[in-house]
Design a protein around this ligand. Structure first.
Ligand code: BV8
Ligand code: ZN
Length: 247
């Protein structure tokens, strides 16, 4: 895989790197992306129609079971070479911040030490009524458990469409943009706001923006570099070309 020499130069000179990731980074672990058609039982649903407070209010059992199916799938897969290449970067430069839209927790499982989960984590549970975290839930399929404090229905601790992103996560993402030299945009269709504004903000701050995606996206023109390919192939090759073979 060939990379532009000045891209490799910029990576070698970088002290701090931010890696903004979407569902495409977990694709090679076997987790379907949102743009992929849902499979099996869930084929007739669209993620956007299930990942909403209204869907949970209307049909809590179906929404709870969709998450139980996803949680089971995620437990059975492993981080892939894309996640691992990002961990390897941490050992080669001063600091790497992962800003992820993914709720699957695979960056942390791979070993990334600074992960901002913009849309929460699918294994967290909160009460849909009092919003308190609920620990120790057996989160298999069935009906949603009830909150020990107020008896409200328990729901996954993720950000649904129409809900605000966690303030703390948004602040950490903005801080990462302030201090980073390089901003990778990997495996995201950049359709979901406000996360999709981050690559634009990074470019406006004068950061080097590198887009990695096998398909064109609306953010290609924001990036100084667009690498067409799979994250699990491009990221390991880029780490080797920039830092390993350079030595
Ligand atoms: C908010 C958690 C306001 C849940 C998620 C109309 C226009 C514009 C915006 C809106 C609108 N109507 C509503 C909105 C706002 C809405 C939004 O953006 N909607 C979109 C659909 C238009 N946003 C929200 O509602 C947000 N909240 O705005 O609140 C507010 C403010 C204050 C106070 C109150 C309210 C909340 C958004 C968060 C939603 N939750 N996830 C769960 O997971 O169950 S988002 C969910 O979808 C994922 O987390 C992910 O972020 C997103 C999908 O995006 P991607 O990650 O990019 O994945 P996708 O499948 O789209 O693309 C995959 C990419 O990978 C592709 O490009 C593909 O080519 C590439 N790829 C494939 N294979 C590979 C690969 N790349 C590399 N390697 C490979 N091997
Ligand atoms: Zn409660």
């Amino acid at each position: 895989m060939h990379f532009e020499p000045d891209l490799l130069e910029k990576l070698r000179a970088a002290r701090r790197i931010a890696v903004f990731t979407g569902a495409g980074v977990s694709g090679e672990s076997g987790i379907p992306t949102f743009r992929d058609a849902q499979t099996g039982l869930w084929a007739q649903f669209r993620a956007e129609d299930l990942a909403t407070p209204e869907a949970f209010r209307r049909d809590p059992v179906t929404v709870w079971n969709w998450y139980a199916w996803r949680r089971k799938l995620i437990r059975e897969v492993m981080p892939n070479p894309a996640h691992l290449a990002i961990v390897q970067m941490e050992r080669l430069i001063e600091h790497v911040t992962v800003i992820t839209q993914n709720v699957d927790g695979l960056h942390r499982r791979a070993g990334s030490s600074d992960v901002v989960e913009l849309h929460g984590n699918i294994f967290d549970n909160i009460c849909s009524a009092c919003r308190q975290p609920v620990e120790g839930i057996a989160d298999e399929a069935g009906t949603p458990p009830t909150c020990p404090r107020c008896n409200g229905l328990v729901r996954p601790g993720v950000v649904w469409f129409g809900e605000a992103l966690p303030e703390a996560a948004w602040i950490r993402a903005a801080e990462a943009l302030e201090s980073t030299d390089i901003f990778f945009c990997v495996g995201t269709s950049s359709l979901v706001e406000p996360a999709a504004s981050l690559p634009r903000d990074a470019r406006a701050l004068g950061r080097t923006v590198i887009q990695i995606n096998p398909a064109p996206t609306s953010h290609d023109q924001i990036a100084q570099y667009v690498v067409r390919g799979k994250a699990g192939e491009v990221l390991p090759a880029l780490v080797r070309a920039a830092w390993i073979h350079a030595a």
